[in-house]
Design a protein around this ligand. Structure first.
Ligand code: PXP
Length: 255
């Protein structure tokens, strides 16, 4: 299973002081050296971390595939950047991170997909792991989907970490049988991945994956790639990016 390393959070640290430190290209080269299979970046409409110059430099200098997460609103920029893959994601200006999968009935989606595929860019859609959305993604003609693992990751945190005792407790999960909720989320991903592969889609997954929960997702045979950012960059603060990536790769390989 491949690992796409999302380096957006290196740029978050840089933006905190508006200086070129840490340098995003250094992060990219370190990730390549640690044998990441892909670099993933999200060029958000508000440019809160990765900006246009970062995206251009990463796409120009990267020796491994670049997966550019984007909203349809920046299709023209994606066409000029020409990443190996564009993963279309929903974007809300106020959200901390991408909170849910795409609405596949959005009117702007078919033309954005057509334009990107016409420019030889592989297109993936970031969707919730449910069968209707998987069927709709197939009908839109893309090669790849990325299943949103955020609900699974939230249930895992509430079940197996101390988060429920902190201010970060996830309120909507507080009064649930959390082990049952976790099993249900995991099952949705397993069933979705199997169904998607059977109808000819390539299946990636990501969001909220970390050193504790990644094994459960990495065991799913139909998934070919995971995109992971926050937990790797967080761990790199303590052990360095090289080791953080290698540890994650080992957990995926050993799952
Ligand atoms: N995949 C997609 C499509 C995303 O939008 C994100 C977050 O930018 C990730 C994966 C990585 O999520 P995380 O930072 O929680 O590992």
């Amino acid at each position: 299973m491949k690992l796409g390393v999302n380096i957006d959070h290196i740029a978050i640290l840089r933006q905190a002081r508006q200086v070129n430190d840490p340098d995003i290209l250094n992060a990219m080269y370190l990730a390549i050296g640690a044998r990441a299979d892909q670099i993933t970046i999200h060029l958000r409409e508000d440019r809160r971390h990765i900006d246009d110059i970062d995206a251009k430099n990463i796409i120009n200098f990267c020796s491994i595939p670049v997966n550019l997460e984007c909203a349809t609103a920046i299709t023209d920029i994606v066409l000029s950047l020409r990443p190996n893959r564009a993963t279309i994601v929903p974007e809300k200006r106020q959200e901390l991170t991408t909170e849910g999968g795409l609405n596949l009935s959005s009117p702007e989606l078919p033309s954005a997909i057509k334009a990107m595929m016409g420019a030889n860019i592989d297109v993936s859609l970031f969707i919730d792991p449910n069968l209707d959305d998987i069927k709709a993604a197939k009908e839109l003609g893309v090669s790849t989907i990325e299943l949103h693992t955020g609900s699974f990751a939230n249930a895992y945190l509430m079940a197996f970490s101390n988060i429920s005792k902190t201010k970060f407790s996830i309120k909507s999960l507080e009064n649930m049988d959390i082990k049952e909720a976790l099993e249900a989320e995991l099952d949705r991903i397993r069933v979705g991945a199997k169904f998607a592969k059977n109808i000819g889609l390539k299946v990636a997954a990501g969001h909220g994956l970390n050193y504790q929960n990644v094994g459960l997702i990495a065991k799913i045979p139909e998934i070919f790639e995971l995109n992971i950012g926050q937990s790797i960059v967080a761990r790199s603060v303590f052990v360095g990016l090289d080791q953080a990536i290698k540890e994650m790769k080992r957990l995926i390989d050993e799952a």
